[in-house]
Design a protein around this ligand. Structure first.
Ligand SMILES: *[C@@H]1O[C@H](CO)[C@@H](O)[C@H](O)[C@H]1NC(C)=O
Ligand SMILES: [Ca+2]
Length: 229
């Protein structure tokens, strides 16, 4: 009977797309295990855009978005490096640094990252400000079974977590597209105006699994006034 019940629950869980509007993932503790796995049916990318909002009080490096494939554990990673005060995105295990952004603690930040394999250029936006466009990796697409994880940084496919690179804080409005958004669309996202939701990951119809101590909670603060403060 217990098995039957578990099976029934698994079937329900596997097919559930949840509208997380107005909600956030809360990562309340530093661990080398707690994370959220985001599930998508797309596994081949010649371009990507990822946008999310997050808040933390960490004063150390941490992972904001970790996409691994069997060939590259950092096939697409968004990482904050405290020692250089740089965002360090990775594509296919290659990296570039974006400095000069103001990444204040206990402040909600809207962060978007774009890349396309033709030009190999990457660009980041933080709270409405854009970086320059920098070369990172061209001529090779992200491909293979993608494993997308929030809260931890994958040093191996689906594992190799390090508590000292984990994310502690809250994260919301995670979207991913398999193309590069225009600067206007990114500004719309940053200003919480209407935008085309992600076609790879959509916060309004999200398939995800929580492992360990991560909560889904209502956003307790007014995000808009935080953004523009
Ligand atoms: C990358 O993907 C695009 C679109 O699917 C395709 O046209 C191109 O040939 C791919 N490039 C490589 C190197 O596989
Ligand atoms: Ca690592």
């Amino acid at each position: 009977m217990r098995c039957f019940l578990l099976l029934a629950m698994l079937v329900v869980c596997a097919s559930a797309l949840e509208d997380l509007s107005g909600k956030m993932f809360t990562f309340p503790a530093e661990t080398n295990s707690a994370h959220v796995k985001l599930i998508t049916t797309k596994h081949h990318f010649s371009a990507v855009t990822v946008c999310h909002r997050s808040i933390t009080d960490l004063k150390r490096e941490h992972s904001l978005f970790s996409l691994a494939t069997p060939s590259f554990d950092n096939d697409f990673l968004i990482f904050w490096q405290e020692s250089t005060q740089n965002f360090i995105p990775f594509i296919r295990n290659k990296l570039v640094g974006f400095g000069s952004f103001v990444y204040k603690p206990i402040t909600w930040h809207s962060i978007c990252t774009t890349w396309d394999s033709t030009s190999g250029l990457m660009q980041m936006w933080v709270d409405g400000q854009s970086s320059i466009r920098k070369f990172i990796s061209s001529g090779s697409n992200i491909s293979g079974q993608t494993l997308i994880i929030l809260g931890q940084e994958q040093d191996s496919y689906g594992g190799g977590f390090d508590s000292k690179q984990s994310f502690v804080g809250m994260m919301s409005d995670v979207h991913m597209w398999d193309y590069t958004l225009s600067p206007c669309e990114i500004q719309n996202y940053m200003n919480s105006q209407s935008f085309t939701p992600g076609n790879v990951l959509n916060w309004k119809a999200l398939d995800y699994n929580i492992v360990g101590n991560v909560l889904v909670e209502k956003q307790s603060l007014c995000l808009n006034s935080q953004m523009t403060a």
